[in-house]
Design a protein around this ligand. Structure first.
Ligand code: MLT
Length: 264
């Protein structure tokens, strides 16, 4: 389905019971809503589940590719309005978590709960910003498939790379299908994002934090820091997982998510 909002087209999928509590899933960079298939299935008919493609990734329109975290939050809120969802539980993985954290700062009245998965509140330091700039240059020059090849090494555990070939191939395919301009635009958006650490102590909704025990991009220490700052939050380390915890260990991930949702 396509939502025409903020002068662009945002692709989304919906599942479950439209009359039930809504849960919106925000994917990481540079993936698409397809990564949430197992989670949408796990929620079944007990929830109204929505997953969407942000920032020209997946099947959403690329637009001018001049994205910011602010424009991503604008699109999230506009999508909720379009779907007539007043309040929602948000599940964000990595960059999806950056969007969720900024949305909680800006529009706390729209959220019933938040699951922060393999993500962090800290903004990029100088080295991080320079790495984004180099990535944007490389993906425009070499294309998405070359970018994907380097990226999968960083987001899966070595054991997953060896033993979870379908999941690794799937992520490689999802990244390769994305336009290099959308990938570059989102790298620049991440480089320019604000630090949300100071606002963590003000989060007033139930919060679940999940992180792959071998996550190197947004490591367990970043998750522990958020957990220490967000009152009443729950933290679980996902075994046998790095950055793609929902794909590497969906059984554990889905069990913790469903337990959390049942408390709201
Ligand atoms: C993501 O998975 O969204 C990104 O790897 C996060 C990041 O690069 O900071």
């Amino acid at each position: 389905m396509q939502a025409k909002i903020n002068g662009t087209n945002i692709y989304y999928v919906e599942g479950g019971n439209p009359a039930a509590t809504s849960v919106i899933f925000i994917h990481g960079f540079p993936f698409s809503s397809e990564i949430w298939e197992s989670q949408l299935e796990a929620l079944g008919q007990d929830y109204h589940a929505v997953a969407y493609d942000f920032g020209g990734l997946g099947k959403s329109a690329i637009g001018d590719a001049q994205y910011t975290l602010e424009s991503h939050v604008d699109d999230l809120i506009a999508l909720l309005d379009f779907l007539e969802i007043d309040k929602v539980i948000v599940v964000g993985l990595s960059m999806g978590g950056y969007i969720a954290l900024r949305a909680l700062e800006r529009n706390p009245e729209r959220f019933l709960g938040v699951a922060l998965c393999d993500t962090q509140s800290k903004a990029d330091d100088n080295a991080g910003k320079l790495k984004r700039a180099a990535g944007a240059k490389a993906v425009k020059k070499d294309g998405s498939a070359a970018f994907a090849a380097g990226f999968v090494e960083a987001v899966f555990t070595p054991a997953s790379i060896e033993n979870k070939v379908p999941q690794v191939d799937f992520i490689q395919k999802v990244i390769s299908a994305n336009d290099p301009l959308a990938i570059a635009g989102n790298l620049i958006a991440m480089a320019g994002r604000t630090d949300t650490t100071e606002s963590l102590s003000g989060i007033g909704v139930p919060t679940l934090i999940l992180v792959g025990e071998e996550d190197k991009l947004t490591p367990p220490d970043a998750a522990r820091d958020m957990h220490n700052r967000i009152k009443g939050s729950q933290l679980h380390l996902v075994p046998q997982a790095a950055h793609m915890s929902n794909l590497e260990n969906p059984e554990f991930f889905n069990a913790r998510l469903l337990e959390f949702l049942a408390t709201i």
